[in-house]
Design a protein around this ligand. Sequence first.
Ligand SMILES: [Zn+2]
Length: 385
Amino acid sequence: MSRPYQICTRCIMDTSDPEIVFDHNGVCNHCRAYEKRAQNELFNKKESEIKLNSLVSEIKRNGKNNEYDCVIGVSGGVDSTMVAYLVKQLGLRPLAVHVDNGWNSELAVHNIEATLKKLSIDLETVVLDWEEFSDLQIAFLYSSVPNIEIPTDHTLPSILFRTASKKGIKYIISGSNVASEAIMPSNWVYDSRDLRFIKTIHKQYGTVPLTNYPSCPIPRYFYYVFIKGIKYVPILNYVSYNKNEAKALIQRELNWRDYGGKHFESIFTRFFQGYFLPEKFNMDKRRPHLSTLICSGQMTRDEALSELQKPSYPTELFQSDYDFFLKKMKLTPEKFDEIMKMPVRRYRDYSSNAFFFMGLKRLIPLVKYVVKPKSLKHSTLPNNN
Ligand SMILES: [Zn+2]
């Protein structure tokens, strides 16, 4: 039986997250969880300056004999562009890595090229084997789980760690951040690091052997982190990160161009977030994204509610993206319709290492405590944002 509709009185999360709970003031568990993360992972202005200076000195010191002292991932999006800008401002010597999964929009390509040229940052692009990768994406579509971004999300940190390890670089500077993406219902997503889950779905629905797919089993992450000493640094948590200010700055300084919604630089992602998730699963990712901005003081609740009134997909984009998506995935409209109507499934319906990852989540604060370098409040395995 479905529960009565309720929306948080502070943010805009609602009962479309079936596990949401509200306190006696009508404030939801996500707001409380945000407060806790902000307290643990963000700094006040004075503290952040000290920590950031110390972190930068540490990165420079450890990388002084290397051509690059850190690796950054670039997608053409706001967060990764901001990271590129910031590390150069701080005097670091980054190597940029871009993973081309075949779904870049023209704007994403423009943004990457313009940013790196302006900042004089070297780029390594890793192009995924399209036959394999698209087969894995189609397998995820047929699996009927909501998390069809997992094939991409798994491979990004795999490639960043592999590159850092190969080149003897000790720091991966990440754009994941608390201020704009902390809130996400756990039942809307699943841990993209779980290679067993990926292999299960591939075995059941895939048709092309996965031989070139850049994957990373958990023991290899432990090797990178504990043996090679590579640290994953969410640097935007060290500055006062405001999305609109960041956009204005990179537009002004780097000729960066806006593409609309969060992660809309990828055609796959905007089709997934703008159509597939809301239509099939009743999940509108704008809710957690906007709720995070409310909690971090970047937007009022009224502004977020009026933003939500707009269509989840820019009308002028939808039809061309729909046609492009089907053509690229080699799906007929009838076949895609069939996929959209298939019963919804969850990660629990497939073999996975969920038990391990749940345990890891509880263990991670301890791991952070044990391995964090002096200047780092948080340095650990890549998270699942
Ligand atoms: Zn809330």
